[in-house]
Design a protein around this ligand. Structure first.
Ligand SMILES: Nc1nc2c(ncn2[C@@H]2O[C@H](COP(=O)(O)OP(=O)(O)OP(=O)(O)O)[C@@H](O)[C@H]2O)c(=O)[nH]1
Ligand SMILES: [Mg+2]
Length: 614
């Protein structure tokens, strides 16, 4: 019965459409989102100017943070596309997507060639047996060298142990931003191939149809690989249907990977169309859907109509590596700028975040302070940035790596770091990372650039990134990825950034800032309001220093002519959440409000600080 049903339209009178499921993967900035946007535009799935980077923070930073689904129709076939983030901190977003699609477009900037995250995402894809389509992108760049990049991509495939079939990859050349692709780079540059059809045709030809061998009449087997949240419907699961058909108001069994089973009932089903979700009466094997109605559903669980089915293999979600406390704001300025400041409000917000943010963990046992664990500084910083935009106000403590014990052995997270830097700076980089327990594993020279590969504890990287920018004069590129928990690497001396602490409350005055700026780097401008115990800058010598930024020019001084005009202030050190988390000390809090990011001592008066030191 199943065999005949397979080629017939599924029940409900829906037109049977072939489906292709792909993910777009690459190193950061190689053009994944621009290409996806162009596919949406060409297939009239979205209006011109629409972008997959729908989140405000994504648009502002120009990076993708969340993996997102879209679907287009091309020549009568539905193509489900998952655009993924390229930044290493969000690598786990990519990993869990790869399990649920059938092929990847590996985008490579034809000027830069393969970069660290290219290696990471390609490795994961090859391990899963996927056969990538390689897109050499940005061939319009003056220094683009598609032939060389293609060769480097092939080397990378071989190095990563690709099978013959995998390393015999199809190649397309593209100017993704302009929505053009070709099988021949010269044609493309000469103006032929005015759209992305050559790429889309290749997808139809090379990617296996997702519903070709799947049985729409078999019992349902579905696995979520992502979560979303809707104010009315609550938690939504984005999942791939492996077998069977799913409908609204359907009773299902939800199985954890260990076999534990509970029942649930779907309320609504959605499929993707362009960037939108559309309600569906049913969806069948091969498709990617959003399900509402299962409030406790989680990534990697199996949704099935067969109570005795074995669960699908688990999708590994990486463990958190760093932790810090989210504390209610008790600074003298608390409540001035934020709408949501209470412990209850912050708790509710974090609970909501846990619905969708799979790399995050929160311990709610405290009352005014919650212990939050995440996948890296950027992962936490993005959450904090989102919260302040929504009107929240809170403080956080210095981030620490998570140390755990297994069989009596103390373990901590380790990372592989890949650095591209002009060779003149390699000495400083190797030395500084060496002091932070990093071991050099590989060094390759390309012209004037060296690529260093090092491995060491995440702990050693905390607070390093600022130093790296200085040591490489802004020309270095650092990418890192967590390689796992390994035995504790021993003590690492963290270079203390000394704080310049305000001993007064009031408005900072230009004159006093002018006289303080020789002692270190300031975080505040004239007219900034300060309070006692607020950190207003760092000191160049690394010592703690008390200062009064509100002090005016001493009136009894003999007037020195031309003095006021000569008050040139050097640009301040702009305290962003990420930078502040890097430099803060463990006796400080970072105060975050919709309008301000301030560093402060936990104990505000010198007396209290002296007491807490004793
Ligand atoms: N010259 C040129 N620039 C391009 C092309 N495609 C994209 N870009 C530019 O490259 C930059 C990064 O593009 P994105 O599409 O955001 O890159 P991404 O891979 O999605 O980046 P992440 O999601 O943050 O990893 C943008 O400024 C694009 O305009 C291209 O074909 N040629
Ligand atoms: Mg992107």
């Amino acid at each position: 019965m199943n065999l005949t049903a397979r080629s017939a339209p599924p029940a409900g009178g829906f037109i049977f459409m072939e489906i292709r499921n792909i993910a777009i993967i690459a190193h950061v900035d190689h053009g994944k989102t621009a290409l996806t946007d162009a596919i949406l535009k060409q297939t009239h799935a979205a209006m011109e100017g629409t972008t997959m980077d729908t989140n405000a923070l994504e648009r502002e930073r120009g990076i993708t943070i969340y993996a997102k689904n879209a679907a287009v129709e091309y020549k009568g076939t539905k193509i489900n596309i998952v655009d993924t983030p390229g930044h290493a901190d969000f690598g786990s977003e990519v990993e869990r997507v790869l399990r649920s699609i059938d092929s990847v477009l590996l985008i490579v900037d034809a000027q830069e060639g393969p970069m660290p995250q290219t290696r990471f995402v390609l490795k994961k894809s090859l391990e899963l047996g996927l056969k990538p389509i390689v897109v050499l992108n940005k061939i319009d760049k003056p220094a683009a060298d598609p032939a060389r990049s293609e060769e480097q991509v092939l080397e990378l495939f071989l190095e990563l142990g690709a099978t013959d079939e995998q390393s015999n990859f199809p190649v397309v050349y593209a100017i993704g931003r302009d929505g053009r692709a070709s099988l021949n780079p010269d044609d493309l540059l000469m103006g032929a191939d005015k759209d992305l059809s050559p790429l889309l045709d290749l997808i139809l030809e090379k990617v296996p149809a997702a519903n070709a061998n799947a049985d729409a009449t078999a019992p349902l087997m579905l696995q979520p690989f992502n979560l979303a949240y809707d104010n009315f419907m609550g938690r939504l699961a984005v999942g791939r249907i492996y077998e069977g058909t799913i409908r609204p108001n359907q009773t299902v069994f939800v199985k954890k990977p260990n076999g534990e089973t509970r029942t649930g009932r779907t309320t609504k089903i959605f499929t993707f169309k362009g960037l939108e979700r559309v309600e569906a009466a049913e969806a069948s094997a091969g498709d990617i859907v959003l399900i509402a109605g299962l409030p406790d559903i989680y990534i990697g669980e199996t949704v099935t109509t067969n109570e005795s089915a074995a669960p699908l293999p688990a999708i590994a979600v990486d463990e958190p590596t760093i932790a810090l406390n989210f504390v209610i704001n008790n600074s003298p300025f608390a409540g001035r700028e934020g709408k949501f400041v209470t412990s209850r409000q912050i708790r509710d917000r974090l609970e909501k975040e846990l619905e969708v943010n799979v790399g995050l963990k929160v311990d709610f046992s405290g009352t005014d302070s919650f212990h939050v664990s995440g996948r890296g500084e950027l992962h936490i910083a993005v959450l904090l940035e989102n919260m302040r935009r929504e009107g929240y106000e809170l403080q956080v403590s210095q981030p620490h790596v998570i140390i755990r014990e297994e069989d009596g052995v103390k373990l901590e997270p380790f990372e592989e770091v890949i650095i591209d830097t002009p060779s003149e700076f390699q000495g400083a980089v190797i030395e500084k990372l060496g002091q932070r327990a990093f071991v050099l594993q590989n060094l390759v020279q390309f012209g004037n650039i060296v690529r260093l590969t090092l491995e060491g504890p995440t702990r050693g990287l905390l607070g390093y990134k600022n130093m790296f920018i200085i040591d490489t004069k802004g020309e270095g590129i650092l990418s890192s990825r967590v390689t796992g928990f390994k035995p504790y690497a021993g003590e690492i001396k963290r270079r203390q950034v000394g704080s310049m602490i305000s001993m007064a409350a009031g408005k900072a005055l230009g004159y006093s800032l002018w006289s303080l700026q020789d002692r270190g780097q300031l975080y505040i401008k004239p007219a900034t309001e300060v309070y006692e115990g607020m950190v207003i800058g760092n000191t160049s010598k690394g010592e703690e220093m008390l200062a009064n930024p509100t002090k005016g020019k001493n009136q009894s001084n003999v007037r020195s002519s031309g003095m006021d005009e000569a008050l040139t202030l050097v640009p301040i050190f702009d305290l962003t959440i990420e930078r502040a988390m890097e430099i803060m000390s463990d006796d400080e809090y970072l105060e975050i409000t919709p309008k301000s990011v301030r560093l402060r001592k936990q104990a505000l008066t010198q007396n209290d600080r002296a007491k807490s030191r004793r």
